[in-house]
Ligand binder design. Structure first.
Ligand SMILES: *[C@@H]1O[C@H](CO)[C@@H](O)[C@H](O)[C@H]1NC(C)=O
Ligand SMILES: *[C@@H]1O[C@H](CO)[C@@H](O)[C@H](O)[C@H]1NC(C)=O
Ligand SMILES: *[C@@H]1O[C@H](CO)[C@@H](O)[C@H](O)[C@H]1NC(C)=O
Length: 514
C-alpha cells in the first residue's frame, strides 16, 4: 500500500514537472540558464566614497577556448596592434581634436569636443593627436602619442598638478563653476575606477562611471562563447519566405504598438509564402571567437528574402558612407555632413526601416528570436509595453544596407561610441548582426584582427556567403565596452559585396532615427 502511494506520488510529480517544462519553460533554445556569467568576478573598488563591490568581467584562461587540447597555453600576439583610444576633455574649454599623420605632418580635424566630453577612435601605438581651442587652432593645448594596449586613455586636464592636491584644488576653484566641478569630479571617478578595473581585469574601463556607480550590465541576454566551434541553437516561428508575395502584399506596415504582437498560436505574416509544413526554423549559432564573442549563423536569410532586399535596394539611393571621425561628442559612426579626408570607409549605404515591408519585419522578428530579445523592443511601443525600459525609444537602428565595390573597404573600427559624462543612461551599441546578401567576390571578408587565440597572429576572417549572418557583441557582460570587438571590412579585390547591418543598443539608442 505504502509502495503504491509512493509510486502515485512519483507519477504526479513527474506530471507536474512535465507540465512546467511544456508550458512555462518551452525548450526553444539550447541554453536557458539565467545564472550569472561565469566570467564575472567580484571586485572591491573605492573611488573616494568607500569600498563597494562590482561584478567585473575577467577573461577566461586561453586553455578553456579549445574543446580538446589547446595548441598552446599562451596567447599569440596579433599582428594588428590597434586599440580603442578614448580621449577626454577635462577642461571647461571648447576644443577641437586633431590627428597628425606621421607622413608630412598633415593634420586632420577629427571632431569638436564640448566641455567635459569624450570621444574615441580606433588608433595605433605611435599615432599622434592634439587638442586645440576652438578659436585658436594654432595653439596645441595638449598633444598625445598613443601607447600600446591597454593604454586606452588620453586625458586633457589643465587643472591637475601631479603630487600637489592643494594646488590642483586651487586651480579647480579658480576655473570651474559648480556645474563644471561636478562634471570634473565624475571624470576623476571614472579615471580612478579605470585604474582599479585595469588592475583587476587587465582591461581598461571604456565606459563612464555614472552618478550611481559603474555603467550597468547589459539588460539583454548574451549568448555564451566558451570555446571555438561551440554550437547553440534557437528556434523561431519566423520561417523562411520561399516565394515572393505579390507586390500588393508588400506595402509598408502602418499598424503600431501592441497591434503588431503575434501570439504564439497566430500564423506569421504572409505565412502562405513561407516554407510549407515547417512550423518553426532551427537556427544554429557557431562560435567563431571567444574574445570577442563572434557567432556565425548559416542560412539566416532565404534566397527569396535576399532577392526582396536587393530589389528594394534598386529603388533606394545609396550615399557615400561617412564615419564619425568629425562630429560632436556622440562618437559613433552616424555623423553626417562633415567628412574626414582620410579613407576609413569607402562603401555606400542607405537605411531601411523595419516597417518598409512585411519581409523586412519578419527579418527583424527572426533577429529578435536569434538574440532572444522581445521583438517589441525593436520597434516603437505602446505605453504598457516594456515600461521597465528607461525611454520609449527602441533598442535598435534601422537596417543599414551597404554596398562595397572594387577596392572599397572599411578599416578596423569599433561599433560602440562614448557618451557625455552627464549622460546617466549611457546608451551604446550592444550587438551587431551582419547579413550577407551575396558571395563569390574576391576579398571583402569581415575581419576581427584582435581575436584571442593560441595559434595564429592573423586576423579571424569571415567569408561572406549569401544568407549567412554574423553576430558579435560590442559590450562585455559587466557593461564595459569590448575593445577586442574591433573589426574591419577588408577591401574587395574583385566583384562586389552587399550586406545589411543591424545594430542593437543597450539600454536604448540615444536619438530617434535619422
Ligand atoms: C573641453 O571642455 C570644455 C568645457 O566643457 C569645452 O569648452 C571645450 O571646448 C572642450 N574641449 C575639447 C577639445 O573638447
Ligand atoms: C592593484 O592590485 C594590487 C594587488 O591586488 C594592489 O596591491 C594594488 O593596490 C592595486 N592598485 C590599484 C590602483 O588598485
Ligand atoms: C535544433 O537543432 C539541434 C541540432 O543542431 C538539435 O539538437 C535540436 O534538438 C533542434 N531543436 C529543435 C527544437 O528542433
Amino acid at each position: 500500500m505504502k509502495m503504491k502511494l509512493r509510486i502515485l506520488a512519483l507519477v504526479a510529480l513527474l506530471f507536474a514537472t512535465a507540465a512546467i517544462a511544456d508550458e512555462d519553460l518551452p525548450q526553444t533554445c539550447s541554453w536557458t540558464s539565467i545564472e550569472k556569467d561565469p566570467s564575472l568576478k567580484e571586485m572591491i573598488y573605492d573611488v573616494g566614497d568607500g569600498p563597494k563591490p562590482f561584478q567585473a568581467y575577467v577573461e577566461p584562461p586561453l586553455e578553456s577556448f579549445y574543446k580538446g587540447d589547446p595548441p598552446s597555453k599562451t596567447r599569440v600576439v596579433p599582428k594588428f596592434n590597434g586599440l580603442a583610444g578614448k580621449f577626454v576633455n577635462m577642461s571647461n574649454k571648447n576644443l577641437n581634436f586633431y590627428w597628425e599623420s606621421a607622413v608630412g605632418g598633415a593634420v586632420h580635424l577629427m571632431r569638436h569636443y564640448k566641455p567635459f566630453s569624450t570621444g574615441g577612435t580606433g588608433t595605433f601605438p605611435g599615432h599622434r593627436f592634439f587638442f586645440s581651442p576652438d578659436n585658436d587652432p594654432d595653439t596645441r593645448v595638449k598633444e598625445f602619442v598613443v601607447g600600446e594596449y591597454p593604454q586606452n586613455y588620453y586625458v586633457y586636464d589643465p587643472y591637475f598638478v601631479e603630487g600637489d592636491p592643494v594646488q590642483t584644488e586651487k586651480n579647480l576653484k579658480a576655473n570651474l563653476n559648480k556645474k563644471e566641478r561636478k562634471q570634473y569630479d565624475k571624470w576623476r571617478k571614472t579615471l580612478l575606477f579605470n585604474e582599479q578595473y585595469l588592475n583587476f581585469t587587465g582591461r581598461s574601463y571604456l565606459a563612464n562611471y555614472l552618478d550611481d556607480g559603474p555603467r550597468k550590465a547589459p539588460s539583454h541576454f548574451m549568448w555564451p562563447a566558451d570555446y571555438f566551434g561551440q554550437e547553440h541553437w534557437v528556434v523561431t516561428k519566423e520561417t523562411h519566405f520561399d516565394r515572393l508575395p505579390p507586390s500588393d502584399d508588400l506595402d509598408p506596415i502602418l499598424i503600431t504598438g501592441t497591434k503588431r504582437v503575434l501570439k504564439d498560436g497566430d500564423p506569421r505574416i504572409l505565412q502562405e509564402y513561407r516554407v510549407k509544413d515547417e512550423p518553426y526554423m532551427n537556427m544554429t549559432l557557431k562560435v567563431l571567437s571567444v574574445i570577442p564573442r563572434v557567432f556565425e549563423i548559416q542560412n539566416f536569410l532565404s534566397p527569396t528574402e535576399i532577392d526582396h532586399i536587393l530589389d528594394l535596394a534598386g529603388g533606394i539611393e545609396l550615399h557615400e558612407s561617412t564615419t564619425g571621425d568629425v562630429g560632436t561628442d556622440r562618437g559613433s559612426d552616424r555623423t553626417k555632413g562633415l567628412e574626414r579626408k582620410t579613407k576609413t570607409r569607402t562603401s555606400k549605404n542607405s537605411w531601411v526601416p523595419r516597417e518598409k515591408s512585411p519581409i523586412i519585419d519578419a527579418i527583424y522578428r527572426r533577429a529578435a528570436d536569434l538574440t532572444r530579445i522581445d521583438e517589441a523592443l525593436l520597434r516603437s511601443r505602446d505605453k504598457d509595453e516594456h515600461p521597465e525600459v528607461p525611454t520609449k525609444r527602441k533598442v535598435c537602428e534601422e537596417l543599414q544596407l551597404v554596398h562595397y565595390g572594387p577596392e572599397q573597404e572599411y578599416t578596423a573600427h569599433h561599433d560602440f561610441g562614448h557618451t557625455h559624462i552627464d549622460d546617466n543612461l549611457a546608451g551604446a551599441r550592444f550587438a551587431t548582426i551582419l547579413f550577407y546578401l551575396n558571395e563569390g567576390m574576391e576579398g571583402g571578408h569581415t575581419s576581427f584582427p584582435r581575436y584571442v587565440n593560441g595559434e595564429s597572429f592573423h586576423e579571424l576572417a569571415v567569408k561572406p556567403e549569401a544568407g549567412k549572418a554574423v553576430l558579435f557583441y560590442s559590450q562585455l557582460p559587466d557593461g564595459n565596452m569590448d575593445d577586442f570587438s574591433q573589426h574591419a571590412a577588408k577591401p574587395i579585390i574583385e566583384g562586389e559585396k552587399w550586406l545589411i547591418n543591424l545594430w542593437i543598443w543597450d539600454p536604448v539608442k540615444d536619438t530617434e532615427d535619422e
